[in-house]
Design a protein around this ligand. Sequence first.
Ligand code: SF4
Ligand code: SF4
Length: 199
Amino acid sequence: MTDNKNSICTGKPDSECKGCDLSGHLMCRFQKLDLISFLLLFAPYAVLSIGAMITGGFGWYLTGWLAYAVFFFFVWEAYVLCRHCPYWAEKGIILRCHANYSVIKIWKYNPKPMKTSDKVQFIVGGLLLGLYPLPFLIAASQYLLFSIALLLIISFIFHLWKNGCSRCINFSCPLNHVPKRYVDSFLEKNPIVGREWKQ
Ligand code: SF4
Ligand code: SF4
């Protein structure tokens, strides 16, 4: 494991990006607008699910969703996914990125790609988090709201995959589909990561 805080271009001053041919092709600098878009994309599903669980008599179970979300974002997902991301290598204890902004970085950065077991855990953990409210809507016989919620979460995942995962710099994430030429170029610019990917 390598401690390479701030030696990846993502964590360097904006002036480093002048003339970079990857600029505009990757989400390699933190932009508030990317974070806002991410939250707005998830909001309709969250609002509908929360409202439906409360009106369906399962409001108390939202504490389970909240507790699991905190565990997932801060511990589990952070370990299997985010600690491999160049954003995790930036200076400071608080993560700044377009999706998990404000997570406390309890794990050490690891520039190696995710292992298969990491990827499986990320998918399983993410599905548990995303689909948590749906069984409660079925239990409350809220079939219309269930159908809308299902469409909303599918739409969220699709838009995230299409517009976010095509530009995200955590290249070993199972959802990532950045074109290879951009991946190669980023790894070339950041040999400390590139070296780990060649092993
Ligand atoms: S790849 Fe690095 S240098 Fe190029 S635009 Fe992104 S953060 Fe800047
Ligand atoms: S961009 Fe994605 S993988 Fe990287 S730190 Fe943020 S949430 Fe984790």
